[in-house]
Design a protein around this ligand. Structure first.
Ligand code: ACO
Length: 332
């Protein structure tokens, strides 16, 4: 290939664990109700990985499905970027563990930590490698086992999250009109707001001790209302910026695939963009917030449900801990 300059999504895949945890199940664990969770979040149920399933297991299955969908073999993969905040362990990276599990011996592998924006960040990082011509075929994965990071006694957070994984295969191409190509991406971060959404314990700042485990410092802590406001503002602005960068307008959008955290956040963004319900993808009623996995899982479902037609403009938009945010425009 002469001068590759475009990255194109050539396959999608996802894997959701079998076990379903409904709102009614949760109401037996904490003081909550199906009515509260449904009206405040839109979530009805979420998937919970088995005890012997790590994030890399979910990621590997999503990756295999994406490779099968793309018609590529593991040997063809020369880059694996895995977005996750629930890695199997601090190191090695989950991407390296996935490499071993799927047999992608030629790949360079590393993880991205950008919470719920992780997949769009990872897509952009991989795209830079491909567009520069230094790698040809990449697996970009968003995978989480958030059930391992949730305080199951905190009703403010435990009702929100779930486990799952999604992946895409992207390939460098010199065909400027290749289907599935990434047209534009914008990203942002605001580290001044780290304290609004975090897992305070377990890292080098607050290593695991019996005392901080007692205080549940190794679990998700979130200022829900503040996070909500920032999510709406940042995602709306990022969406508009990415569209502008692609030389498109809101009227060109065929489908928005937003991070699936809360149906009210998604509706607020759709309202700001002036988009009708049918142009906004939602599956959080089934899965809750799976952080870095929400967008690739939703993209895979939209793909297999036939909601993505050749030439469609698809907008991915995410927001998460950091805070971080990102949006990407694709031409399907
Ligand atoms: N069941 C019943 N009552 C509850 C529950 C529950 N599960 N959780 C909270 N409540 C109570 C609260 O205690 C509070 O009671 P009080 O008024 O007596 O104090 C009341 O419900 C209202 O709480 P709010 O926090 O005001 O509820 P809100 O309408 O803001 O909804 C929610 C909370 C769903 C968390 C919302 O703020 C939200 O979605 N925030 C954004 C989450 C998000 O976008 N995260 C993004 C990224 S996640 C990541 O990066 C890992």
């Amino acid at each position: 290939m002469s001068q590759p300059c475009v990255s194109s999504i050539i396959g999608t895949g996802s894997y959701m664990p079998e076990k379903v945890l409904t709102n009614d199940d949760l109401s037996k664990i904490v003081d909550t109700s199906d009515e509260w969770i449904t009206t405040r979040t839109g979530i009805k149920e979420r998937r919970i990985a088995a005890d012997d399933q790590a994030t890399s297991d979910l990621a590997s299955e999503a990756a295999r499905r994406a490779m099968a969908n793309a018609g590529v073999t593991a040997e063809e993969i020369d880059l694996i970027v895995c977005a996750t905040v629930t890695p199997d362990m601090f190191f090695p990276s989950t991407a390296c563990i996935v490499q071993r599990k799927i047999g992608a011996g030629r790949a360079v592998c590393f993880d991205i930590s950008a919470a719920c924006s992780g997949f769009v960040y990872a897509l952009q990082v991989a795209r830079h490698f491909l567009n520069a011509g230094t790698r040809q075929t990449a697996l970009v994965i968003g995978a989480e086992k958030l059930s391992s990071l949730v305080n199951w006694q905190d009703r403010n957070t435990c009702v929100l999250f779930g486990d799952g994984a999604g992946a895409v295969v992207i390939r460098a191409t010199d065909a400027a009109d290749a289907p599935g190509r990434v047209l534009s991406t914008v990203m942002g971060s605001d580290g001044n707001l780290v304290d609004l959404l975090k897992v305070p314990g377990g890292g080098s700042a607050c290593p695991v001790t019996p005392q901080n485990i007692d205080q549940r410092l190794n679990t998700v802590h979130m200022e829900g209302r503040e996070t909500f406001k920032h999510a709406v503002t940042r995602m709306s602005a990022a969406a508009e910026e990415a569209l502008k960068l692609a030389g498109l307008t809101k009227d060109d959008i065929s489908l928005v695939i937003p991070h699936q955290a809360n149906a009210r956040i998604i509706t607020a963004i759709a309202d700001r963009l002036g988009l009708p319900e049918e142009k906004t993808f939602m599956n959080l009623h089934k899965y809750g917030n799976t952080s870095a996995a929400t967008i690739p899982v939703a993209l895979d479902e939209a793909h297999h449900e036939g909601r993505l037609k050749p030439g469609d403009v698809v907008l991915l938009v995410a927001f998460g801990g950091g805070f971080t945010w990102a949006a990407s425009v694709l031409r399907w």
